[in-house]
Write a protein that binds this ligand. Structure first.
Ligand code: CO
Length: 208
């Protein structure tokens, strides 16, 4: 992508927005009130807002390699605290995607330097669901299922935080696990039953 072109694109985007609404940027600068926190993969093919048809101001976004929510990652934890306790979002989405290079790399024997501890969290997901994953003979299907289970486990990590536990009690905040299928463009809701998962894990992880 040509860098100079990016600035030309920006100029046409401004013109387009102002043609529809001359006050567009004036209103945008007043503040944000997003309803959704989206945590997705940094993959250049999985563009958060575009695939959801979301407009600026509607979704608070965090992206990292393989849409992870590690318990000790200050970046994602700060994003959750700010979105849940300050912006008061009512929905948190973890969106994985099939053919995720991060998930695939995690399962291969290679020294990836600083990526080792990051991707090791995915090996933990495999260990937790080893019986199910080992029973899938087809490699592609096995990776697809690992992508789904990784989304589920990152949703569980979200439920472990005090901000989300508090918001669940106060306003029944909901956590959603989704997968984007690059092959078809489809956004799939994994329909994870969080009320049940929450009951199951709260005995161990209850903070408040
Ligand atoms: Co990815």
């Amino acid at each position: 992508m040509n860098i100079a072109q990016i600035f030309r694109n920006n100029e046409s985007w401004i013109a387009e927005k102002l043609k529809v609404d001359p006050e567009y940027f004036k209103n945008l600068s007043k503040g944000q009130n997003p309803e959704v926190l989206y945590i997705g993969c940094s993959d250049s093919r999985v563009t958060a807002e575009e695939l959801m048809g979301a407009k600026p101001g509607e979704v608070f976004v965090h992206r990292n390699i393989a849409n992870m929510v590690p318990n000790t990652d200050l970046s994602v934890m700060s994003v959750i605290t700010y979105a849940v306790s300050h912006l008061k979002v009512n929905h948190i989405v973890v969106c994985g995607h099939y053919y995720c290079t991060g998930v695939k790399s995690a399962m291969q024997s290679a020294d990836l330097g600083i990526l080792n501890p990051w991707l090791r969290n995915i090996r933990d997901v495999y260990r937790l669901h080893k019986d199910e994953l080992d029973s899938i003979a087809d490699t592609e299907e096995k990776y697809k299922r690992l992508v789904e289970l990784n989304v589920q486990e990152q949703c569980v990590n979200i439920l472990k935080t005090s901000d989300v536990q508090k918001a669940y009690k106060e306003r029944h905040i909901t956590v959603h696990g989704w997968v984007f299928d690059i092959h078809s463009g489809k956004l799939i809701d994994l329909q994870i039953d969080f009320d049940n998962i929450l009951k199951g894990i709260m005995e161990i992880y209850r903070i408040i």
